[in-house]
Design a protein around this ligand. Structure first.
Ligand code: 0GY
Length: 291
């Protein structure tokens, strides 16, 4: 039984058509729980969101590929993720969650399935804290394989985390724009600190995703547009975009993924910014051999 809203049953066909080879660079698969049980230590129980539904949504929205991100509800058991990656025929890559106990053989198997990075979660409502030395040791091992790290934190924690994040080796991908306080506006110190952090650390890449979690105004998320557009225009070769389907943990409302897709030309107003956001940047990170 899920504690949270189910994903939108019938998203609109977007008016915006993504360019050829566009990548949805942040989405999840959950369960089905009968086959891939959720982690006992999870903080929420999502709705089953199987790979078949994700791949159908990809086609419906006009995307070509997915980056599937392991979420906390599946803990360190990456089986559902790897099952989806294997079934994708090379059209999906993955970001896993691993602990310090992971063996080199297990990392080999994850790579074989299509995993290209690991996620470190600092959001206190989602995870119990992990010592930074543990993350450092994992980062050193995975970067040696050509993988990268994905980090998820909330805006108010950036000041404390910044030195640590900046010290991580290799590319670091930041989820959901570093979760700014949208109500405070783009000139507020919090978002300006984030922009300065991006400027000072050229190894950082940011996902301009998740308006549904950040908005105060609600759909069609006009209040989130200036945040995403600022990042796209300032760092055009260091931005990624994703649906965040099936939007775990949402209680306020469930977004229509077609409406989310229709935000793209508002945050990336030119075809060249759109190609960078949706094709070049994710392909370079996740399918470098084809790029
Ligand atoms: C997201 C956001 C959330 C959940 C997780 O790993 C997770 O459980 O990332 C959230 O609750 O903000 O990226 O899907």
């Amino acid at each position: 039984m899920s504690d949270y809203l189910a994903f939108h049953p019938d998203p609109k066909v977007p008016d915006f058509r993504p360019p050829a080879d566009a990548v949805d660079a942040h989405c999840h698969v959950f369960g089905p729980a009968a086959v891939f049980p959720f982690a006992p230590e999870r903080k929420y129980t999502p709705v089953d969101a199987p790979k078949e539904t994700l791949f159908a949504l990809r086609d419906h929205l006009g995307f070509s590929r997915n980056v599937i991100v392991q979420a906390t509800c599946h803990g360190r058991d990456n089986s559902a993720l790897c099952d989806a990656l294997r079934a994708s025929g090379g059209l999906a890559r993955g970001i896993a969650i691993v602990g310090p106990e992971v063996s080199e053989g297990e990392l080999d198997a994850l790579h074989e399935a299509g995993v290209r990075g690991v996620r470190f979660n600092f959001v206190k409502r989602l995870v119990d804290a992990t010592p930074r030395e543990v993350f450092e040791a994992i980062a050193a091992r995975i970067v040696a394989r050509g993988w990268h790290t994905v980090v998820y934190f909330e805006g108010q924690d950036l000041e404390d985390l910044a030195p640590f994040l900046a010290s991580l080796p290799g590319t670091v991908v930041i989820d959901h724009m570093g979760r700014p306080d949208v109500g405070a506006g783009i000139e507020a110190p919090g978002f300006q600190r984030f922009v300065a952090f991006m400027a000072d650390n050229p190894q950082m890449v940011v996902k301009v995703s998740c308006p549904e979690r950040l908005t105060v105004a609600g759909p069609p998320y006009d209040d989130v547009v200036p945040f995403a557009r600022t990042l796209v225009e300032r760092f055009p070769d260091r931005v990624l975009w994703g649906t965040d389907w099936p939007h775990p943990n949402m209680v306020s409302h469930m977004p229509d993924d077609g409406v989310l897709t229709d935000m793209i030309p508002r945050i990336a107003p030119t075809p060249s910014l759109q190609r960078a956001l949706l094709v070049y940047n994710p392909m370079r990170l996740y399918w470098p051999e084809e790029f």
